[in-house]
Design a protein around this ligand. Structure first.
Ligand code: NAG
Ligand code: NAG
Ligand code: NAG
Ligand code: NAG
Ligand code: NAG
Ligand code: NAG
Ligand code: NAG
Length: 380
């Protein structure tokens, strides 16, 4: 869990912004509920390495370099993350990538006090004789060699189906092109609508399309290495409250990293309250690390979706999501939910409303447009 510069600021980053945001993570209470990584994405680099080959920060944006920013994060109780790419060049094609400099860069990052590396797959096409798996692994090894505990977060946009191999290399791995500031699948967003599609690279994906991709791969989630659905658009994308809650519910229940993308200087209190929902965060951080799965038999394509999964303490979680513009009622019969028994009585709680009660046989969920209800059940 943490915050990342990219969604709100793109290349417009600076030491001032990072220091200010570190303080806001603390004063808004976000740090206390678990958002402890302050991550500086692309845009921090100078065009040239130093004479001895070390990466350098843009001095206009970071007049005193990166270490004081990392130090400030540590001073207020956060970890500090940075971004680099595995190619000869970066994604902004003039920036240097780490290819051939992995040991130097890893050591430099460790010396700067970096705790988290987001490692992208750009500028690699010149190095096309080396598959991304080996280019990622060289950096993973270099990070380990530094002796510093650095979280390794891969950004490979779902290309080459990383859920089959990235857990051998990194702690998290992206499964889609970059998220964009839209909730609905417009038909034009994201070239790849499903997980097993030959991704041709970068593409803006809506919240709904990224959820759609997880249908095929959510069962790969396991502690140690997690599929990353990309940064949150809560507080940026002009979504309704129900859409922001749906976005957060699925990222949490599918066990994605929860990385805030909003400008914390201007975010609304309503969006903050979504991000700070401690019951939803507890679902995300649940020690089983088991993601919900899509239940096709009790869902209806382009109308409503039902997902369910296990939580620690013999609990079951059910998500019911209304894709339509009108209010509908969705029935969830327990005979169709793995782990639930139609004959048993359950104590039930709905996360967003706080409603609690007892149920037997089914849940009947009335859902407003784009609303998701999140039910947690435990046998009586
Ligand atoms: C860059 O960010 C600064 C402050 O964070 C802001 O004042 C400025 O308007 C931004 N520039 C652009 C071009 O967005
Ligand atoms: C450094 O950042 C400044 C301010 O955003 C920008 O004008 C300049 O082009 C950047 N320099 C390099 C070398 O990227
Ligand atoms: C959100 O709405 C505001 C005001 O209408 C608009 O200026 C802004 O561009 C919108 N942002 C996005 C990401 O659509
Ligand atoms: C959010 O609430 C706090 C305190 O409750 C208040 O000081 C602040 O102005 C509010 N922010 C916005 C953007 O409304
Ligand atoms: C979960 O269920 C199993 C089997 O019924 C039982 O042995 C175990 O004590 C239960 N655990 C909790 C935390 O309720
Ligand atoms: C829902 O509303 C949006 C925006 O008004 C519209 O574009 C879309 O076609 C509607 N969808 C359905 C299924 O009616
Ligand atoms: C759902 O359960 C209620 C009582 O718990 C029952 O009255 C209702 O018939 C059930 N609905 C369906 C569709 O099974």
């Amino acid at each position: 869990m943490g915050w990342n510069t990219w969604n709100a600021f793109k290349y417009n980053v600076s030491s001032e912004l990072l220091v200010q945001t570190a303080d806001l993570l603390v004063s808004t209470g976000l740090k206390d509920v678990g958002y402890t990584n302050l991550v500086l994405d692309d845009g921090w680099q100078a065009l040239n390495r130093s004479d001895d080959g070390r990466p350098q920060a843009n001095v206009t944006k970071f007049p005193n370099g990166i270490p004081p920013v990392a130090q400030h994060a540590h001073n207020v109780g956060l970890q500090f993350g940075i971004y680099m790419t595995n190619g000869i060049k970066g994604c902004g094609p003039k920036d240097p990538g780490s290819w051939g400099y992995e040991e130097i860069d890893a050591q430099e990052f460790a010396d700067w006090g970096v705790d988290y590396l987001k490692y992208d797959n750009c500028g690699t096409f010149e190095a096309g004789t080396h598959p991304p798996q080996s280019r990622f692994r060289v950096m993973g090894n270099a990070l380990r060699e530094t002796g510093r505990d650095i979280l390794f977060s891969l950004c490979q946009w779902g290309d080459q189906f990383p859920w089959f191999w990235a857990d051998q290399i990194a702690h998290s791995y992206r499964i889609s092109g970059d998220i964009t500031a839209t909730f609905s699948d417009t038909g034009k967003d994201c070239a790849c609508k499903t997980a097993y599609c030959l991704n041709t690279g970068y593409a803006g994906c809506s919240v709904m399309t990224i959820i759609r991709k997880m249908r095929e791969i959510s069962y790969f989630q396991h502690p140690g290495s997690f599929a990353d659905m990309d940064m949150l658009e809560i507080g940026i994308a002009n979504m309704t409250l129900d859409e922001e809650r749906t976005h957060f519910s699925f990222w949490a229940a599918l066990k994605s990293p929860l990385i805030i993308g909003a400008d914390l200087r201007t975010i609304s209190n309503e969006s903050l309250s979504v991000l700070r929902n401690e019951k939803m965060i507890a679902v995300n951080q649940d020690k089983l690390g088991a993601a919900v799965e899509y239940l096709a038999d009790i869902s209806k394509e382009r109308a409503f979706q039902t997902w369910a999964g296990r939580l620690s303490g013999n609990r079951t979680i059910v998500l019911a999501f209304n894709e339509l513009n009108d209010t509908i009622t969705v029935d969830v019969p327990f005979s169709a939910v793995p782990g639930l028994d139609s004959e048993n009585r359950y104590k039930l709680e709905e996360v967003w409303s706080g409603f609690s009660g007892h149920v037997k046989g089914n849940i009947s969920a009335t859902l407003a447009s784009h609303e998701t209800k999140v039910f947690i059940l435990k046998q009586d």
